[in-house]
Structures are given as C-alpha cells and as structure tokens.
Design a protein around this ligand. Structure first.
Ligand code: COA
Length: 168
C-alpha cells in the first residue's frame, strides 16, 4: 500500500484519474468521465489529494447553492434575517480511494473544503452536503453536520463555526 506523502491541490489534467477506486462506482465514474466538463462549465470546482507521483487519493467538489430558511431547523432559522433563502456552498461529492481509506484523508479533505468555503470572499452561510447513504450521514454527523429536519440526508454546517474555530 502506498504511503507517499499527499498534497491538496485543485484538479489538474496532469493527475492520474483513471485508477481512482473508492467504494462508490458513481463517484469513481464522475471523476473519470464528468468532472473536467463540470469544471470547464463552472458547474463545480474539484480539489484533490495527490501523491508525489500524481495519483489521486481523494477528491471533493464545491459549488454555489442556496438553502430555504423554511428547510433549516427552527432554532437556526430564527437567528437569520427573514429572507426566503440564504447562500451556501454545496460539497457535491467527496470520495477517498480504497487504498487510502481509514487514515484520516476523508476528514482532511472535509476540513480543507470547510476552510476554503469559510475563507472565500463571497459570503455563504453554510456548507451543505447530500449524503448518499446512512454511513455517509454518520460520517458527516461525526464532523458536526446537522440534518435538515424534513430531509435528513441533506446536512449543513454553519461556516461561522469554522471561521471562529480557526482564529488564534
Ligand atoms: C466517507 C469517506 C470519504 C471517509 O473517508 P476516510 O478517509 O475513510 O475517513 P477518515 O479516515 O478521514 O475518517 C475521519 C473521521 O471520520 C470517522 N468516520 C469515518 N467514517 C465514518 C462513518 N461512516 N461514521 C462515523 N464516523 C466515521 C473516522 O472514525 C474518523 O474519526 P476521528 O477523526 O474522530 O478519528 C470514505 O469512506 C469514502 O470515500 N466513502 C465512499 C464515498 C462516500 O461515502 N462519500 C461520502 C459523501 S456521499
């Protein structure tokens, strides 16, 4: 198993996407076949963890979205201005290659995505994720995400909590 040091970077055409193999075939196929088109059309931005040899060990995508105030838990909505919706960032996809699972890479990619969104100059209230199954729900809950009351597989994390935890 490879123990090469990893670095996080925006997806680059030079990286090897063909051998990426996570537990999820749709997520593997997306990286192989779709992500470059989405990036070119500014539908999603993709960031990857790569080895020294350019092998992709994990990736995530980010895009703009919005969330209706009425979808948020009442306690959260109460603290927000009475707009119909608030801006957010959607992490559409997150996957780690099987050879790198269980070593902290998924958590590191999630932390990188949260920091990137929290530091962006364009405001967003929260990071939104769509968990593909109950295992993914529990992964996100483990990292502090909260389920929307009416659609528990969609979860959010207010980005203000990320910013405040990064202050010295
Ligand atoms: C979900 C996934 C990204 C996790 O990646 P990973 O590298 O194996 O996870 P990590 O080793 O970084 O785990 C980080 C932390 O999350 C915890 N964790 C991992 N999977 C978990 C789960 N299903 N439920 C609860 N906690 C979980 C780990 O215990 C670890 O906790 P710690 O930091 O307190 O020690 C990976 O399993 C994957 O690619 N799965 C297939 C695709 C997928 O489900 N994507 C999710 C979005 S739909």
């Amino acid at each position: 198993m490879s123990r090469a040091p990893l670095r996080l970077a925006p997806l680059d055409a030079a990286f090897d996407r063909t051998h990426f193999c996570s537990d999820s075939e749709p997520l593997n196929r997306y990286l192989r076949e779709q992500v470059s088109q989405d990036a070119k059309r500014r539908i999603a931005a993709c960031f990857v963890a790569v080895t020294d040899e350019g092998r992709i060990a994990g990736y995530y995508t980010l895009a703009s979205t919005s969330v209706l105030l009425s979808e948020l838990p009442a306690a959260t909505g109460k603290k927000l201005p009475r707009y119909p919706s608030v801006p957010a960032v959607r992490m559409g996809r997150l996957a780690v290659d099987q050879a790198f699972m269980g070593q902290g890479l998924g958590g590191a990619l999630l932390a990188d995505a949260l920091l990137r969104a929290a530091r962006a100059e364009i405001a967003a209230f929260a990071m939104m994720v769509d968990a593909k199954d109950e295992k993914a729900v529990s992964f996100y809950q483990h990292h502090g995400f909260i389920s929307l009351p009416e659609s528990p597989r969609t979860l959010f994390l207010p980005l203000a909590t990320v910013q405040s935890s990064q202050k010295p």
